[in-house]
Design a protein around this ligand. Structure first.
Ligand SMILES: [Zn+2]
Length: 480
């Protein structure tokens, strides 16, 4: 009897233990174990679509659906299985932020002023999430198709009063020595006097990184051959190409750079990593009212998120994926309305349909490229040829053509380019995809999160909560 009782007790305890272990393996919707003290995520992806608001994402989602019969990873995987929130975007000093103040909030967890990187409005200098991750022994990396010293990536590693002080930013990169730097902006690595060099001194920063043990790569093939170790990849002098114009053989996209980042940061690493991955061209295309370029770049950004999602599926208890934006650019939206004041009859109404995505698909070049083709003094004939060659099925109103020839902007514009300005409006008139500004707006942006800690990014948050919450997650456990 005594023996039987002991057997009963042992088997019961074993069964309870099995149930507990099994329960801890069942994931909650956010991918986190439902019980026990949560540990810090070991692998962190911060995806940022610069200038990519909810409309940029939604228009890309619809384009994928209507043109390619495909979904997008952001809604179908990250949001569906994870959490969704909204972030405010205002800066410490203005209602509409620039990338510097927004990235300060995301990277350091405090409100900053426009043009200032990771210094709070009160002058304090907090640690960035990358600095905290590095102190924990995690590998850190920055990936962007902007110059690598541009405001958004720079706020994650450097603290400077002026975002244009690129040499100071890069000096801080060299000192901090992140494990991975992939992007454009070779110009500020080259010494004074070298072709394309923008530095005011004789420092060869590529050599300085190589002497610290970095492999240096400058095209897609070289990047693909990297296996492990610290890598500095600079793929253009300044901005990298729009996806729509990219030389597919030689220049990597954000997708290819993400593929390399996962390989390089993961291989031979037991301490985890934090990587920032940005598509800057969503912002640039939106400043230029270029809906086709914006969609192509956002698609590539979403494909990169798909790669992180595959990684998450192999490491669901340890991987946190965050997808957000710093602000919306352009006030983009498809509209429906009346053509003029003559009547409200159906014949005088316009509204976008799925057919309009086919017309966007027919555009083969960016508006910036179109502007380069026309040059600084375009003739009427050159504009007609451009329309015939690249914008078949679109009509350019005479008054817009006039603005291109006379070099006059349509409205307040950030990037002075009458050609892109007028062509953007030409596309809007034809397909009803209108831009309300060529600058940033103060719309809140979505934050999608999947993995351990995702629940901290739910609801309506200030953008500085993003940095605060991420830092507190990193500081959670020192178990790795
Ligand atoms: Zn911008």
């Amino acid at each position: 009897m005594k023996k039987r009782l002991r057997w009963l007790l042992t088997t019961t305890l074993a069964a309870v233990a099995i149930v507990l272990v099994a329960a801890s393996l069942i994931k909650s919707p956010a991918g986190q174990a439902p019980s026990g003290t949560p540990s810090a995520p070991k692998y962190i992806f911060i995806f940022l679509a610069d200038g990519g608001g909810t409309t940029q994402m939604e228009i890309t989602r619809q384009y994928n659906r209507y043109i390619h019969n495909e979904g997008v990873a952001i809604t179908d995987k990250i949001i569906k299985q994870g959490t969704l929130g909204l972030l405010t975007t205002h800066a410490g000093d203005f209602l509409s932020t620039d990338s510097a103040a927004a990235a300060t909030a995301l990277a350091s967890g405090c409100k900053g002023k426009n043009a200032v990187l990771s210094i709070c409005v009160d002058g304090s200098v907090p640690k960035t999430v990358m600095e905290v991750a590095k102190e924990k022994g995690m590998r850190v990396g920055l990936v962007t198709n902007a110059p690598i010293y541009d405001a958004s990536p720079a706020a994650f590693i450097s603290h400077v009063e002026n975002r244009r002080n690129y040499s100071a930013i890069l000096d801080q990169y060299l000192k901090m020595a992140p494990d991975l730097l992939l992007g454009g902006g070779r110009d500020y690595f080259l010494p004074k006097g070298q072709v394309g060099g923008e530095r005011k001194d004789e420092v060869d920063l590529i050599k300085a990184f190589v002497s610290k043990g970095y492999q240096y790569v400058s095209d897609k093939n070289e990047l693909e051959r990297t296996k492990q170790g610290k890598v500095l990849g600079l793929f253009s002098l300044q901005d990298m190409s729009f996806e729509i114009d990219r030389d597919k053989k030689t220049e990597p996209s954000v997708y290819h750079m993400t593929e390399a980042a996962i390989r390089l940061l993961y291989n031979g690493n037991s301490r985890g990593f934090a990587v920032f991955i940005e598509n800057e061209n969503v912002d640039t295309a939106s400043h230029l009212s270029d809906v086709a370029s914006m969609i192509h770049d956002y698609r590539e950004f979403d494909r990169a998120i798909g790669l992180a999602y595959e990684f998450y599926r192999s490491h669901p208890q340890e991987t946190l994926i965050l997808v957000t934006a710093d602000h919306e650019t352009g006030g983009l939206g498809f509209t429906q309305g009346l053509i003029n004041f003559t009547s409200t009859a159906a014949a005088n109404r316009v509204a976008a349909t799925a057919e309009d995505y086919k017309r966007i698909q027919s555009i083969p070049i960016s508006l910036r490229k179109a502007s380069e083709i026309l040059g600084p003094n375009p003739t009427s004939e050159a504009i007609d040829n451009l329309m015939k060659e690249y914008f078949q099925g679109f009509t350019l109103a005479p008054e817009l053509k006039e603005l291109i020839i006379k070099r006059q902007p349509l409205s307040r514009t950030i990037f002075y380019n009458p050609t892109t300005n007028a062509l953007g409006m030409m596309i809007a008139h034809n397909i009803q995809a209108y831009w309300s500004t060529s600058g940033h707006t103060n719309q809140p942006v979505f934050i999608a999160a999947l993995g351990p800690g995702a629940e901290k990014f739910k609801g309506y948050l200030d953008n500085s909560d993003f940095g605060k919450n991420l830092k507190s997650l990193l500081e959670r456990g020192k178990s790795h």
